[in-house]
Design a binder for this molecule. Structure first.
Ligand SMILES: Nc1ncnc2c1ncn2[C@@H]1O[C@H](COP(=O)(O)OP(=O)(O)OP(=O)(O)O)[C@@H](O)[C@H]1O
Ligand SMILES: [Mg+2]
Length: 278
């Protein structure tokens, strides 16, 4: 099977700081990849490169087997890569189905003269996508501001799926949610993957990631340090890889434990160049 998404040798710098350093990652259809790493490891920067927010300084992205240059977030959406940040970009004062059709409203002719919103169509289509994803909200006519965090997340995911997202990226989707809502969002991730839509999920909540991800990719200081099949590893091993008390699989970050221990004290640059010289 061919990966749906492949990133190769991606590097992204901010001035003297290498936020993402020569990263490789493959995501196959239906896979749920947990992208893990401590604060500042480079996770968000990597997914912002994939979703067109940043341009990489080096490296290549392949999507559906073809090399792509993702110019901006709209371009990413057009090819089917959808990213959900914590700020979900929903319109608080509009109802559920109006949010699903936000910016892409369906119109119909009224009395053969003027265009009006086709509420019935949008309501029915929205119902279909929510059913497909087994999402329950009190009513599709309720304004978004009346919904809980988890329900909002579900509406945002439904919108992505309705508009043909082929690939979903979620950065800290459960951070602000209650326990039951976290579970709903994680169930939704499982539903998506069972329907063939791969998901990259970033979360500091290891338990969540272990419950949904089939594969784990661990970053430290911009670099990939290891990749594990979830069922073949343990949280202890993953924590060790995240903090650097365990060596990674690739030679050049083996002194990570020492480096990580010093990170809190450092005030200046965390330029990887210094690491190489030690
Ligand atoms: N726009 C930016 N300008 C300058 N430096 C940045 C920018 N965005 C991120 N960085 C730096 O790049 C590094 C990686 O940041 P990133 O946000 O990717 O980390 P992260 O793994 O998502 O961390 P967290 O778990 O805290 O969200 C950090 O050192 C951060 O300070
Ligand atoms: Mg982040």
């Amino acid at each position: 099977m061919e990966p749906l998404l492949e990133v190769k040798n991606i590097t992204k710098r901010f001035g003297g700081l290498t936020a993402v350093d020569n990263m490789d990652m493959e995501v196959f259809p239906g896979e749920v990849v947990g992208l893990l790493g401590d604060n500042g490891a480079g996770k968000s920067t990597l997914i912002k490169v994939i979703s067109g927010v940043y341009h990489a300084d080096a490296g290549t992205i392949f999507f559906e087997g073809k090399e792509v240059r993702i110019d901006n977030p709209m371009h990413a959406l057009r090819i089917g890569i959808e990213t959900l940040y914590q700020d979900l970009a929903l319109a608080e004062n509009l109802n559920v189905y109006a949010n699903i059709f936000l910016g892409r409203e369906k119109l119909k002719r009224f009395l053969g003269l003027i265009n009006v919103l086709d509420h019935d169509y949008m309501l029915n289509e929205s119902k279909k996508v929510l059913d497909r994803l087994e999402i329950e909200v009190p009513s599709l006519k309720n304004q978004i501001r009346t919904l809980s965090g988890g329900q909002r997340q579900a509406v945002a995911i439904s919108r992505s799926i309705y508009w043909n997202a082929k690939f979903l990226i979620m950065d800290e989707p459960t951070a602000a949610l209650g326990v039951a809502e976290q579970k709903n969002v994680l169930d939704l991730v499982k539903t998506l993957s069972s329907q063939g839509v791969p998901v990259i999920i970033i979360s500091h909540q290891l338990h969540d990631v272990f419950s949904v991800a089939t594969k784990l990719v661990i970053m430290r200081r911009g670099k990939k340090v290891a990749e594990r099949i979830t069922k073949d590893t343990t949280t202890d091993e993953i924590v060790g890889l995240i903090v650097g008390s365990l060596p990674g699989d690739y030679g050049d970050v083996n002194d990570g434990a020492k480096e990580t221990a010093q990170v809190g004290k450092e005030t200046g640059s965390v330029d990887e160049g210094q690491e190489g010289k030690q």
